[in-house]
Design a protein around this ligand. Structure first.
Ligand code: HEC
Length: 326
């Protein structure tokens, strides 16, 4: 079904009672304005060309549907949600990536719908990100009529170290006790910033996406080591906010002291694409001349992709490179 595996939610992420182990799978789309940018980049499909300073035009929109196999006993708002049959991993393999031949056809429920829009009225970042959750019981068309807005974000509130002063995110207070509001997940994103149920509470939509660059910065996309029991440690909160919640304008580079081959204007799908084409080249799944972006990003420097018999086993290779998501 074109799905890619997402971060496996931790216990207490999807609901107060959700255990660890559920899988989340997703697929994203771009509208015509955004897709045209992809068309230019992939005009030679095996040799994508990334401009140094990629920018999506205003009115670009991207939408992403996220599905989960979480039990509806644990995540009750998903009872009777639309289902989708897909080839996914066996139950419990939340965050590992298993070989494709171990997948089986299983049932996923619609959990979350993410939307990102490039909008020049969002002065500090150029983007507006928002998300919806499917919340039962079913009503109306049982699809759109059940999608409830969770949060909307146009900035990261840099320099805001408490949850009372957030001004660049909106979070739907009706969902308190449903998608947030317990010890493990006091708010949707970090200290009241926007995020969805599938996302890490230490982060926010714009925090992760503003880190889109190729190659990815050494520190990654989010500070997953922040201990949520230390929200009253003002120094730890300050360090976390100052590192991860900057307002990065379209075209500006996250972690500018670390050189990059391209800024990616908030598109993490493009970041994953560059990573994957170069992984395929290094693993010998792609043959012929090395794609130019693999050399400019430093992913793989030899003139030709590995031949399948001398290539590093994919598993080891993936361990040696930055993981595609966290
Ligand atoms: C932990 C980091 C992280 C957070 C937080 C996050 N995303 Fe993403 N998002 C990703 C990654 C990585 C991808 C790339 C494709 C994939 O793995 O699905 C992605 C893909 C997307 C896409 C498809 C277009 C693109 O940029 O690739 C949209 C739209 C999107 N996310 C919206 C959102 C919204 C809205 C939120 C907040 C509710 C959000 N994301 C929070 C990591 C994140």
């Amino acid at each position: 079904m074109g799905l890619t595996k997402e971060r496996g939610p931790k216990a207490g992420d999807l609901s107060e009672t959700s255990a660890e182990g559920a899988q989340v799978w997703a697929v994203g789309f771009y509208n015509t304005s955004g897709a045209a940018v992809f068309g230019d980049i992939f005009s030679e499909p095996c040799n994508p060309s990334l401009p140094i300073n990629l920018k999506f035009p205003d009115d670009t929109a991207s939408i992403k549907f996220l599905f989960t196999d979480a039990s509806t006993d644990e995540v009750q708002y998903l009872k009777d949600a639309p289902v989708y049959g897909a080839l996914i991993d066996p139950p419990g393999s939340s965050s590992q990536s298993l070989p494709v031949n171990q997948r089986t056809k299983r049932t996923l429920r619609l959990l979350q719908v993410d939307i990102a829009v490039k909008d020049n009225r969002s002065f500090e970042t150029g983007w507006v990100f928002g998300t919806f959750v499917w919340r039962g019981p079913p009503k109306g068309d049982q699809l759109f009529d059940n999608l409830v807005p969770v949060s909307l974000q146009w900035g990261n509130d840099p320099g805001v170290y408490d949850d009372q002063s957030i001004k660049q995110s909106w979070v739907n207070a009706d969902l308190e006790g449903v998608t947030f509001g317990w010890t493990k997940r006091p708010s949707m994103g970090f200290m009241g910033r926007a995020n969805g149920p599938a996302d890490n509470v230490r982060s926010s939509c714009l925090s992760c996406h503003s880190a889109a660059r190729s190659p990815r910065a050494a520190i990654g996309l989010l500070g997953s080591s922040f201990n949520m029991e230390h929200l009253d440690d003002t120094q730890a909160v300050k360090r976390h906010v100052d590192t991860w919640f900057q307002n990065i304008k379209s075209g500006q580079l996250f972690q500018p002291t670390e050189p990059a081959a391209a800024t990616l204007d908030y598109s993490l799908q493009l970041e994953a694409a560059a990573f994957r084409v170069c992984s395929a080249c290094e693993a010998g799944d792609l043959t012929g001349p090395t794609p130019a972006i693999c050399r400019s990003t430093g992913f793989y420097n030899r003139p030709k992709c590995s031949s399948p018999d001398t290539a590093m086993p994919v598993k080891r290779l993936l361990q040696s490179m930055a993981p595609p998501r966290q």
